[in-house]
Design a protein around this ligand. Structure first.
Ligand code: IPE
Length: 255
């Protein structure tokens, strides 16, 4: 049974506009989906995003810019880390009675972006592992920064053995769309030569939004057969990918 690496977007599991507001029902449904996949015998890594538990405060304290002279950001680091712990604990609780191994990036990662330092082998033990986008320490002069779950997806999907699926579960759309308005149509098969429409709320998101995600998904598709962007509100679609190899969503293929 292949290993499944799955991202739960922060906008899917929280209300992005309202500080630290989790969507418990969506978390419950995603957790049920993981239970189903686990019963099928898959090893699973869950990477969850931050949504309103991370972006709002991280932006307020400019944590994504690293250490800024004259600005007291220590309080912000503590708040965002503690809020992320709250969200993380909600997710772990929803996964009960599955036993999961939790890896907080701040405990094993240095630096941000796709080349962060950190031992990915810790995710190799059989079973279910879970990690998330976090505030991590960085080399000087930055000292700290925001590691996106999408960069964790990239490293986990390309460095762990036997990865059969990398699935990005998002909220608000069935997959990648031709246009962001109501005339937009789902792009069922995408490679990085093809255009798509996406909106990046630069005044909310401290990480790269859909453009970062598609960039990372493209790299992953060079290593992993099934790379998908799906609407995480319909968790049966995730199970369909694993069971049948197709569903409503966008499959990302290498060029
Ligand atoms: C962001 O992680 C982490 C923080 C802001 C602390 P992600 O980039 O993975 O989060 P989402 O999915 O966009 O919310």
């Amino acid at each position: 049974m292949g290993r499944i690496i799955m991202k739960w977007g922060g906008g899917l599991i929280s209300d992005k506009s309202s500080l630290c507001t989790a969507d418990n029902e969506r978390i419950r449904l995603l957790a049920d989906c993981v239970k189903t996949l686990s019963e099928m015998g898959h090893d699973i890594v869950i990477v969850h995003g931050a949504g309103s538990f991370g972006h709002i405060r991280a932006r307020e304290y400019r944590l994504n810019e690293g250490n800024i002279d004259g600005l007291d950001q220590a309080e912000g680091i503590n708040i965002v880390r503690s809020d992320m712990d709250d969200l993380h604990n909600l997710v772990i609780r929803a996964l009960h009675p599955l036993s999961v191994t939790s890896h907080r990036p701040r405990d094993f990662v240095v630096n941000t972006g796709p080349d962060f330092q950190g031992h990915i082998e810790r995710f190799l033990l059989p079973g279910i592992h879970i990690t998330f986008g976090d505030v991590v320490d960085c080399d000087e002069p930055l000292d700290f920064g925001i590691l996106s779950g999408d960069d964790l997806m990239l490293r986990l999907s390309t460095e762990l053995p036997d990865v059969s699926h990398a699935i990005f579960a998002m909220g608000g759309a069935p997959g990648l769309m031709t246009s962001a308005d109501s005339s937009g149509e789902l792009i069922p098969l995408w490679n990085n030569n093809m255009p798509f429409s996406g909106h990046h709320s630069q005044n909310v998101d401290v990480t790269g939004g859909i453009f970062l995600k598609m960039d990372r998904a493209d790299v992953i598709s060079q290593f992993v057969d099934h790379v998908w962007l799906v609407d995480g509100e319909h968790t049966t679609r995730i199970v369909e990918i694993v069971e049948h190899g197709h569903t409503i969503g966008t499959r990302i293929v290498s060029t």
